[in-house]
Each structure stands twice: as structure tokens, then as C-alpha cells.
Design a protein around this ligand. Structure first.
Ligand SMILES: Nc1ncnc2c1ncn2[C@@H]1O[C@H](COP(=O)(O)OP(=O)(O)OP(=O)(O)O)[C@@H](O)[C@H]1O
Ligand SMILES: [Mg+2]
Length: 261
């Protein structure tokens, strides 16, 4: 379903694709020499400086780094919420760096799921209605919307809370609704920006268990976090410093050493 519209966009083909001997996993995120500059002239800030990064299908990555190192800027570009100033971004082989706002919004809805620190649920809607909403924009029929939303909420253990509004749910439950909403359109990539930042340690563990299960079922996940304990539970840590990728495959045991430099 997610590829229905791919013919409308420039499709990236790796120059060596035909001659590749070993089977490679599809690349979901391919940033090539991405720069992002905010502002102009004397006040210009280079938030990303020549970032190249690849995430393959099925990976589970944490993005870490000091405050101001470019993590959110990078996530905004990966999430098609912003565009690089220069460089290329291929999402699921689509060249998205130059797309207009409407096309980007469409790609976001079709291909991406988002989870944020503050959940961002609509307070007047029930858990079920919140999860059904992205499918309205995707044009899914009402009966199927309901069926898929119930399945997604069941997957995160909330089958008994379908009709509760966000203020009738705990923080961890609200984040689980947000995760159900993020996966209900079957995205190629799940992006999470500090998903456990507003949760206590017990609830953080519950939410991390859900991410782990989703990844085990094949969902590709990229997560920004400040918490080493959270990053440790992913498969791969990408470390940003001063707008660049300092390490693209940092081991959990090396976090403390890199963080102290
Ligand atoms: N809209 C903006 N306008 C101008 N400068 C910006 C803007 N957004 C970010 N920056 C600057 O770009 C740099 C990278 O910011 P970014 O938000 O990506 O960092 P971060 O790694 O997410 O930090 P944090 O851990 O504090 O969230 C910083 O120097 C920041 O001040
Ligand atoms: Mg940030």
C-alpha cells in the first residue's frame, strides 16, 4: 500500500544495485551530505553539517548527543517536517528533499509514524477515535478504520481502554495510545522524539517493551533520547556532535566515554 504512489516521485536507484552479489536489506533512510542552515547572514546557524546516514529496514536506532548537536533538526528532516538546505534525502527510495509541503504531508501520512514526548493526543477524542484519525486522512473506509484501530490498541495492551479520553488515562497509557496511532497506517518508519522523556522509570520500561516488540515484528524505529538506559535497549546508537554524525554505530558500553568528551 505504501508504494502505491511511488511512480509520482523521483525514485532513487543505487548505482551498484544490479551488481550487488549479497542480498541487502532495503534502505529506509538515506541522508547524503545533508546540511541545514537556519537564518541568514551573520545570524545564520549551521544545525547540520554534511550529515550522511543510512538506516536499513528492521533496524532500531537511538540518536543521542549533547543539547544543540542537531538531533531534532535531523529528526525533523527524516520525518519530512523540514527540508535540508543542501544535500539529498531518500525515504524508502523516494527523493523527498525537494518536495513541496502538500506532497511532504502526504508522504508523512503514508510512510511515517510519529511518537512525541508529550503524546499530542486530541483531548476531546477517545483512545479509539485518536487512533482512527490518521486513517481518515489516508482514506481508509470507516469499518476498516475501527477494526485496525482496535487491533493497534490491542497490540499495545489497551483493549480495555478504547473509550477512555486522554485525561482518563495514565501517562504511560497515553503514550501507548500515541504508539498505536503511529503504527495504525503501517508506516515504513516509526520516529520517536524523546518518547520516554515525560515518563517515570517503570512506565518507561513498559513503553520500551512495546517498542522492542514492534521492532521484533519488523518495524523500523529511529528514536531520539537523552537517556542512556533507553538507548541501551536499541540495537544501534548514532551519536551527533556539532551538527555532524560523530559515531554511526556506537556501542552502548561506550556511551559514557563519548558523552564525557
Ligand atoms: N528554528 C531554528 N532557528 C534557528 N536556529 C535553530 C532552530 N532550530 C534549531 N536551531 C539551532 O540549531 C542547532 C541544533 O538544534 P537542535 O534542536 O537540532 O538540537 P538538539 O540536538 O535537538 O538539542 P536538544 O537536545 O536540546 O533538543 C542549535 O544550535 C539550535 O540553536
Ligand atoms: Mg531536540
Amino acid at each position: 500500500m505504501s508504494n502505491q504512489t511511488s511512480h509520482q516521485f523521483p525514485v532513487y536507484s543505487h548505482p551498484n544495485a544490479a551488481s550487488t552479489v549479497h542480498e541487502q536489506k532495503p534502505v529506509i533512510v538515506r541522508l547524503e551530505n545533508v546540511c541545514k542552515i537556519y537564518g541568514f547572514g551573520e545570524t545564520a546557524v549551521q544545525a547540520l553539517a554534511d550529515v550522511s546516514l543510512m538506516v536499513e529496514q528492521g533496524e532500531y536506532c537511538a540518536i543521542m548527543g549533547a543539547s544543540g548537536s542537531g538531533k531534532s533538526t535531523g529528526m525533523n528532516i527524516i520525518g519530512c517536517l523540514d527540508r535540508p538546505t543542501t544535500g539529498h534525502y531518500y525515504l524508502d527510495n523516494l527523493d523527498v528533499a525537494q518536495l513541496g509541503d502538500t506532497e511532504l504531508a502526504r508522504i508523512r501520512n503514508l510512510k511515517l509514524g510519529f511518537v512525541f514526548q508529550q503524546f499530542h493526543l486530541l483531548p476531546q477524542l477517545s483512545a479509539l477515535e485518536n487512533v482512527m484519525l490518521p486513517m481518515v486522512y489516508a482514506g481508509v473506509k470507516t469499518a476498516e478504520r475501527r477494526e485496525r484501530a482496535v487491533a493497534a490498541l490491542t497490540r499495545v495492551g489497551l483493549e480495555n481502554r478504547l473509550h477512555n479520553k486522554p485525561n482518563q488515562l495514565s501517562g504511560g497509557q497515553q503514550q501507548r495510545v500515541a504508539i498505536a496511532r503511529a503504527i495504525v497506517n503501517r508506516p515504513v518508519l516509526l520516529l520517536a522524539d524523546e518518547p520516554t522523556g515525560a515518563l517515570d522509570s517503570h512506565t518507561t520500561q513498559e513503553v520500551m517493551q512495546i517498542f522492542k516488540e514492534l521492532n521484533a515484528s519488523g518495524i523500523t524505529i529511529v528514536m531520539v533520547t537523552h537517556e542512556s538506559e533507553v538507548a541501551r535497549q536499541t540495537q544501534r546508537i548514532v551519536w551527533f556532535r556539532d551538527g555532524q554524525v560523530l559515531h554511526s554505530h556506537l556501542l552502548p558500553e561506550d556511551i559514557a566515554q563519548v558523552a564525557s568528551l
